[in-house]
Design a binder for this molecule. Structure first.
Ligand SMILES: [Zn+2]
Length: 350
């Protein structure tokens, strides 16, 4: 009898402790999910939010294709190579391309700059178009992480990770060529400028070593931060009247990435907060300045420039890498109107 009373007492004490602990855990999980920390706990946004997200993107009314006609991010490679294959327009004597990469610039962050004609994205759209694209590969076929290294490699090589060998951050690229290497070998000096150390320390280290050993004119520069990247690129594209630059000081192919939005997203959350907003403004402001510097080149009238801006992935909460719509949805601005047909929708090197 005394034993069973003791048992009840223990049970009562346990319940007294357990119930508040479980309640606190449930409340904390709900609060963290609402604050965007869900993915850290494996609590991704429910499916219904995906529709809300794509509806919100469509509501901006700024896209030149519909979301069901999203192009794979690999299409960047096709745009660049097609540009160099096409004959020079009348009066032009040189082909040029610049690719502005805005790291982790979520598609809905375009809302932050869509009414600013002096933003890089909206300015480039006014010359051509702004298109829905996607990161993360083709589900069930070539799925890859919506991460930085696989994203840029897919744009640079035109294939998914099964083609370029980078399925996640922390991996070396294989021997399949980027458009930088291919065009440089064809006589178009190229440059790659970024402050994310992994680009030069890991992903493109095999390409850098090859460029050095085989004397391929691609210049890879690791910068301290985005401002350093900005000044480096400005130096590549500026050309004063009468200024003489060597081919490598004045590359035909300019590729760079800004980390403004990705850094803000990891620290403060991808989406609606003032730091992420500021990141999207900064990328656009400095990007716009670079484009205007190109237009002010003393040789601009004789040059045929392709200008492309895109992002490697979106984000959810403070992270990315998964397959949610917020992470997969990307975008592409280009200074030429595209006829988004099957050759764009299904393009991939394999
Ligand atoms: Zn990234």
């Amino acid at each position: 009898m005394e034993k069973s009373n003791k048992g009840k007492k223990v049970l009562k004490i346990c319940l007294k402790i357990l119930i508040p602990v479980v309640a606190i855990f449930i409340i904390a999980a709900i609060v963290l999910q609402c604050c965007g920390f869900g993915p850290l706990f494996g609590l991704y946004e429910p499916k219904s939010d995906s529709h809300k997200y794509t509806d919100e993107l469509e509501d901006y009314g700024i896209w030149d294709n519909t979301i069901d006609k999203q192009m794979p991010q690999t299409v960047v490679y096709k745009l660049v190579m097609d540009h160099f294959k096409a004959p020079l327009p009348e009066g032009k004597t040189a082909k040029k391309v610049i690719f502005l990469g805005f790291d982790g610039f979520r598609a809905d962050a375009i809302a932050n700059i869509k009414d600013d004609p002096k933003s890089a994205i909206m300015y480039v759209k006014s010359k051509g178009g702004l298109y829905h694209t996607f990161a993360g590969g083709v589900p069930g076929k070539s799925e890859q992480h919506t991460s930085t290294a696989p994203g840029w490699a897919s744009m640079l090589t035109g294939g998914w990770s099964i083609f370029h060998g980078i399925n996640n951050n922390g991996q070396n690229k294989n021997a399949n060529e980027t458009f930088l290497t291919t065009l440089a070998k064809q006589g178009h000096p190229a440059s790659f400028t970024a402050s994310w150390r992994e680009h030069t320390a890991l992903s493109y280290r095999p390409d850098i070593v090859r460029s050095i050993k085989e004397n391929i004119p691609v210049t890879y520069t690791h910068c301290i931060d985005d401002m350093d990247t900005y000044y480096h690129v400005l130096d590549y594209v500026a050309k004063a009247k009468g200024e003489k630059k060597t081919p490598q000081e004045d590359p035909d192919v300019v590729f760079f990435t800004f980390e403004f939005t990705d850094h803000a997203g990891h620290l403060y959350g991808f989406g609606n907060n003032k730091n992420y907003y500021q990141g999207s403004l900064d990328a656009n402001k400095f990007g716009y300045d670079i484009i205007k510097t190109i237009e002010a080149r003393s040789t601009y009238a004789q040059e045929d420039w392709l200008i492309v801006i895109s992002t490697d992935h979106g984000g959810t909460g403070h992270v990315h890498g998964g397959q949610s719509i917020m992470e997969r949805s990307t975008w592409l601005a280009v200074n030429k109107k595209l006829n988004v047909n099957d050759s764009y929708l299904s393009f991939e090197n394999d």
